[in-house]
Design a binder for this molecule. Sequence first.
Ligand code: NAD
Ligand code: ZN
Length: 253
Amino acid sequence: MNDLIQQTAKYLVAARHVVALTGAGISVESGIPPFRGEGGLWEKYDPMEFAHINSFMKNPEKVWKIFMGDMKKVLLAAKPNDAHLGLARLEQLGILKTVITQNVDGLHQMAGNTDVIEFHGNFAWLRCLQCDKRFKTVEVDLSEAPPKCTCGGIFRPECVFFGEMIPPIALTRSQEESSQCDVMLVVGTSALVQPAAFMPVLAQQSGATVIEINPEPTPLTGRISKFLVAGKAGQIMNEILSEVNSLIQSQKQ
Ligand code: NAD
Ligand code: ZN
């Protein structure tokens, strides 16, 4: 058994208020490509270009074609993996309070977490740029780029593009949770996109133990996080959960 897995489980079981911050990496094992890293969309497109609000407003057709080619199929068909399910199980055990996610895939809610702060919105809803009506993405005909509302207006996804503000409620709640938690699990984020990447800093400055799960080090590693449990989120979460369960069992005896 990896010593860092054991340490993580001990921190979790002893904690009073655990928060998880997740990024695109947690959904990789569900088949959704991240932006950066191996197999990331960055290898094909520059997200600063296709995921920037100015590019979308200038050329929604081009941006929608990228979404449709690469993101739509996976985003709409993806299922939670062991890492999402592990976080949901930690909530059921009364250990995890809140998930702050940068993802737009809705997989934490599907896994069963009940308090999910969506920092960058959600792909499950589309909004018409002309009449402002909202529609469920699955109920919209996405065969044409850009998809259009019955009023003729162009749809945008309810995700936060680069260059847009984080929804104020999501930002305020994330800051509160980050400064109140005593353990923060940072799973599958490159910690390069601000202000999400500041949440672990806030947690650490407020006295929390920050633990990273990621196959690769990030700018937080060795500086903000206590340690990095290196590996894929699904497998690592399974190992952590089994250790948490045995700690809980031994406490009962
Ligand atoms: P990122 O794409 O910048 O980085 C992904 C990180 O995940 C990397 O550090 C990588 O090492 C790690 N990773 C790769 N495979 C992993 C695995 N199996 N287990 C654990 N970690 C793994 O992701 P980011 O930091 O979230 O920033 C990208 C932004 O793009 C986000 O803010 C998000 O809004 C958006 N995005 C969302 C999705 C989604 O909803 N699933 C997908 C792509 C991008
Ligand atoms: Zn409309």
